[in-house]
Design a protein around this ligand. Sequence first.
Ligand code: ACO
Length: 311
Amino acid sequence: DEQQLAEAFDATVAAEGRIEPRDWMPEGYRKTLIRQIAQHAHSEIIGMQPEGNWILRAPSLRRKAILLAKVQDEAGHGLYLYSATETLGVDRTELTEKLIDSRQKYSSIFNYPTLTYADIGVIGWLVDGAAICNQVPLCRSSYGPYARAMVRICKEESFHQRQGFELLMTLMAGTDAQREMVQDAVNRWWWPSLMMFGPADGDSPNTQQSMAWRIKRHTNDELRQRYVDMSMPQAEALGVTFPDPELRWNPERGSYDYGAIDWDEFTAVVKGAGPCNAQRLAHRRAAHEGGQWVRDAASAYAAKQAERAAR
Ligand code: ACO
C-alpha cells in the first residue's frame, strides 16, 4: 500500500539509490522535478539566443565553427532535458507553451544582452563556469534520468568553459582595446552570474525540501561560494578584476568574502523586467509558431506510415 511505497521511496533516497520513472514517488517530488528540469531545459533553449546573436558576426571561420558547435550543444542539452521531463508524465509541447506564456521560468542570466565578441568568451568562462558548479552535484541527483542527463551535459559544459577561457586569453594577449573589451564584459556579467545560483538560502523556498529529497545536493549559497572561490584565481591568471570592492580572501573561512548582491535586480529580471526578457520570449514564440508546419508535416508523415503498416 501507499505507506509501504513511501517507506521504500525514503529508503532508496536515504541509501543514495536512484528513483526511476516507473517507481512510486510523492506527488511533490514529481512536481518539483518537473519544475526544476523544465526550467533547466528552457534555460538551455533560451540560452542559445544571446550567443546565436554573434554567429553571423564571428571574427573568423574558426571562431564561427566553435560558436556554432556550442550553440548546437545547447539545443542538444535542452532536448535531453525535455526528454528527462517527459519521463515524469508531461508533454514537451505543453512545456514549450508554458515557457512562451511565461507560466514557467528560465534562468535570469539569459536576459542580458551580448554587446561584443568578448561577451562570448565571458559567457563560456563565467556563465558556463557557474552552470558547471551548479550542475556537477546534480549528477548525484536522486532522480535517475536527470542525474544521467547531467553527466553528459557537464562534460560538454566543461568544454564550453575552456573554449571561453581560451577566447579570453587570446583577447588578453591582443591590443589594449581588446583587453578593455574583456574587462567591460566581465564587469557586466559578474553580478548576473552570481544570481544564477538563485536567492540566498534564507529566501529560497524550495531548497530545504529539495535537499531532503536529494534532488539538490547543496544549497544556493554553498554553490555560489564555491563559484566565487573557483573564479578568483582564474581572473588573476587572465588579468581581469571583478567589479566588487568587497571581494577579498578571508583566511579564517578559507574562502573569498564578497559584496551584497542586488536582489531587487534579480527579482525584476525573474519577473520579466530584465533588459532582454521580452525579446527572448518573442523570439522563442516566433520560432515555435514558425515551426508549426514542420511538426504538422512530421505528424502527417507518421500517420501515413502507420496507416501503411496496418494495411
Ligand atoms: N533565474 C530564474 N529563476 C530562478 C533563478 C534564476 N537564476 N534562481 C531561482 N529561481 C527561481 C526558482 O525557480 C524558484 O521559482 P519557482 O518556485 O517559481 O519555480 C524561485 O526562484 C525560488 O528559488 P529556489 O527556491 O532557490 O528554487 P530552486 O530550489 O529550484 O533552486 C536553482 C534554483 C538553483 C536554479 C535550481 O533550480 C537548479 O539547480 N536548477 C538546475 C540548473 C539550472 O536550471 N540551470 C539553468 C541555468 S544554467 C544553463 O542553462 C547554462
